[in-house]
Write a protein that binds this ligand. Structure first.
Ligand code: SF4
Length: 519
C-alpha cells in the first residue's frame, strides 16, 4: 500500500481541489494529499448547474462528478463535510459537541477544538436518533465499555439482550456486541433495539465465522465479503468498530523473528487475520485498503477503533517487538485516518505489568498525536483468574490515571467462561470504580464529590452520603440488613465508633475548611 505521495500514474494536471483531499481520477480514492491542490478548477457543482455538460452521480466515497477537460474525461469525487471531525475542523459547534460539553461541564469551543485535532471522538450514529451521545478523549471523564456476545458453546440471543440492558442500567458508556456464533445479523439488530448505548462490533468475527462454517477454512474469507459486512453492520446502526488494520506482513515478521509468545495470541480477529495472511501469502486487506475502510466509516460518521490484534496475552509478552510494531502502524494509521476526516481511536494493550502501564499510555499518545486510547483492562497479572475483574480494575485505575480514554471491562469470568448477566454487572461496577479512581488522579480539580462523601460519612448523614456514592443501592441494602442499635453508628464498631467520638472531641473545630488539604 502506498500511504503517502502521489502515484506515478497521476499527473499533477489531473489533481483537482476538493475539501482538503485530492482523489485519484483513475481510482476515485483519496491520495492522502492534504493542503494545496496542484491546479484549481471551477466548483463542479456550479458547472453542473450551469448546464455545461457535467454529469453527477453518487458513489460510496461521496458525490462523483464526471466532466470533460479537452479530450479527457476527468473523474472527480467530492466528499461533503459530514463527520464530527470535519465539521469541527470547519469551525462548527455541532449539536453533538454541545451535548458532550454539557455532559462534561466543559466549554463547547474546547470540545470543538479537541474534536478538530482528533483528540476527542464522538459516538453518534446518524440513523439512531435515540442513541446516547458519548465523547471519548482528552480532558473527558474516562468511559467504560461492556462487551457481550455469544460463543459456539453458549448462544442465547435473549441472554445477550438482557446483558445489553444490564450494561445500560449499570452505567456502561458504550457496548460492544462481540458475538461469535448464531445468527449474527439477528443478534446485532436485537441488541441495537434493546439499548440506546453506542454499540460497537468487530466485523472480522462475523466474516471469519461465516467463512469457516461454509468452507472450514478461514483462508477462504473473501475480502470483498468483509467490506460488505462492514458496511452492512454500519448501516444497522453500529457507531464504532474495532478493525485490525495494523497487522501487516512487517508485524508478523517481527513476531516470527523474536520467537513465539509465552501467552500466545489472544485477539480472535487478529489471530484469524494472521492465519488468513499466512494461508494466502497476502497482505492484510484492511491495511492494504485502509482508505476504503475509512471511506465506509466516514459514510456513517462511525469511529474507527484500530484493533490491537497483536496485544500481549501475558505480562512477559508486554511491549515486545511485535506489539510495538503494530502500535507504531496503528498510530500512523490514526493520523492518516484523521487526514481523511475519519474519527479515529487506537486500541491496546492487553496484559501489561503495573510498572509499564504509564509508559504504554505515553507511547500511544505520543505516537498517535493524542488519538483517544481504548484500553482492554489492562491486566497487570496472569494468575488472577476468577477475580480478573479486580486484576483489571487495578490496571484500569492506572491506565485512566495516565491518560486512557475508554476502558473495556473485564468480568470475573475472564479467561474461564462466557460472562453471564451477573458477570456483566460485576465487571461494569468494578470498572466504573476503577476509572473513577483514575480520574480523580488525572483531574485533581474533580475531587469535590469525594470530599462531600467523606464529610457526610464523618457527620453520619447517611442519606446525604448515598448521593455521593457510586453504588448507593448496595450501600443502603448492606446498612439496612445489619442496622445498629444506635442509628448514629454502624455495626462495624457499634459503641466503639471512632467517627462519633472524634466529632464529640472536635465539635468546636468543625467550622470552615481545614488548612492543609489535597486541593
Ligand atoms: S461504627 Fe466504625 S465503621 Fe461505622 S461509622 Fe463508626 S467508625 Fe465508621
Amino acid at each position: 500500500m502506498r500511504i503517502r505521495g502521489i502515484p506515478n500514474a497521476v499527473t499533477p494536471a489531473q489533481i483537482l481541489r476538493t475539501h482538503g483531499h485530492c482523489f485519484s481520477p483513475e481510482t476515485g480514492r483519496p491520495l492522502h494529499e492534504r493542503g494545496e491542490a496542484r491546479r484549481r478548477t471551477e466548483d463542479p457543482t456550479n458547472m453542473e448547474r450551469d448546464g455545461k455538460g457535467f454529469r453527477k452521480s453518487n458513489c460510496s466515497a461521496g458525490t462523483l462528478f464526471l466532466f470533460r477537460q479537452g479530450e479527457q474525461t476527468i473523474r472527480y469525487t467530492m466528499q461533503t463535510l459530514s463527520t464530527q471531525l470535519e465539521l469541527a475542523r470547519a469551525g462548527q459547534i455541532t449539536e453533538q459537541i454541545k451535548i458532550v460539553a454539557q455532559n462534561e461541564n466543559l466549554s463547547p469551543e474546547l470540545i470543538r477544538s479537541r474534536v478538530a485535532k482528533g483528540e476527542i471522538v464522538i459516538a453518534n450514529h446518524p440513523l439512531r436518533p435515540q442513541q446516547k451521545i458519548v465523547g471519548i478523549g482528552t480532558g473527558l471523564r474516562t468511559k467504560v465499555n461492556a462487551s457481550i456476545g455469544t460463543s459456539s458453546d453458549i448462544c442465547d440471543i435473549d441472554m445477550e439482550v438482557r446483558k445489553a440492558k444490564i450494561a445500560e442500567q449499570e452505567g456502561s458508556d458504550t457496548l460492544m456486541e462481540l458475538s461469535a456464533a448464531g445468527d449474527f445479523d439477528a443478534i446485532r439488530q436485537a441488541v441495537l433495539a434493546a439499548t440506546n448505548l453506542p454499540v460497537g462490533t468487530v466485523p472480522l468475527y462475523q466474516a471469519f465465522k461465516e467463512t469457516t462454517s461454509k468452507y472450514a477454512n478461514p483462508g477462504k474469507m473473501d475480502p470483498e465479503y468483509l467490506f460488505d459486512l462492514i458496511e452492512k453492520q454500519l448501516a444497522d446502526g453500529i457507531s464504532f468498530m474495532a478493525i485490525h488494520c495494523g497487522i501487516n506482513q512487517y508485524t508478523i515478521e517481527r513476531l516470527r523473528k523474536q520467537g513465539y509468545r509465552y501467552g500466545g495470541l489472544v485477539s480472535k480477529g487478529g489471530t484469524f487475520m494472521v492465519a488468513w495472511m499466512d494461508i494466502n501469502g497476502k497482505e492484510n486487506p484492511l491495511y492494504e485498503q485502509f482508505d476504503r475502510v475509512c471511506g465506509l466509516m466516514k459514510k456513517y460518521d462511525a469511529i474507527l477503533s484500530l484493533g490491537n490484534g497483536i496485544r500481549a496475552g501475558a505480562i512477559h509478552d508486554s511491549h515486545d517487538r511485535a506489539q510495538m510494531a503494530e502500535m507504531i502502524i496503528n498510530c500512523e494509521l490514526a493520523e492518516l485516518g484523521r487526514e481523511m476526516g475519519c474519527q479515529m481511536m487506537v486500541e491496546g494493550p492487553g496484559h501489561v505489568p503495573l510498572d509499564e502501564i504509564a509508559g504504554n499510555i505515553m507511547l500511544e499518545k505520543r505516537m498517535s498525536g493524542n488519538a483517544p486510547y481504548y484500553v482492554l483492562g489492562p491486566l497487570p497479572l496472569d494468575s488472577g483468574a476468577g477475580y480478573d475483574h479486580i486484576t483489571a480494575a487495578i490496571g484500569a485505575a492506572n491506565s485512566s490515571r495516565h491518560g486512557a480514554d475508554l476502558v473495556c471491562y473485564i468480568t470475573p469470568a475472564e479467561h474461564l467462561a462466557l460472562p453471564d448477566e451477573n458477570d456483566v454487572r460485576e465487571g461494569i461496577r468494578a470498572t466504573r470504580l476503577a476509572v473513577r479512581v483514575g480520574d480523580i488522579a488525572k483531574y485533581p480539580d474533580r475531587r469535590e464529590n469525594e470530599k462531600a462523601a467523606a464529610m457526610a460519612r464523618r457527620d453520619m448523614r447517611w442519606d446525604d452520603l448515598e448521593q455521593h456514592l457510586l453504588f448507593p443501592e448496595i450501600a443502603r441494602k448492606l446498612r439496612q440488613e445489619r442496622m445498629p442499635e444506635k442509628s448514629d453508628t454502624c455495626t462495624m464498631c457499634g459503641d466503639f465508633c471512632a467517627m462519633k467520638k472524634g466529632t464529640e472531641v472536635f465539635k468546636d473545630d468543625m467550622t470552615g475548611d481545614k488548612i492543609c488539604s489535597v486541593l
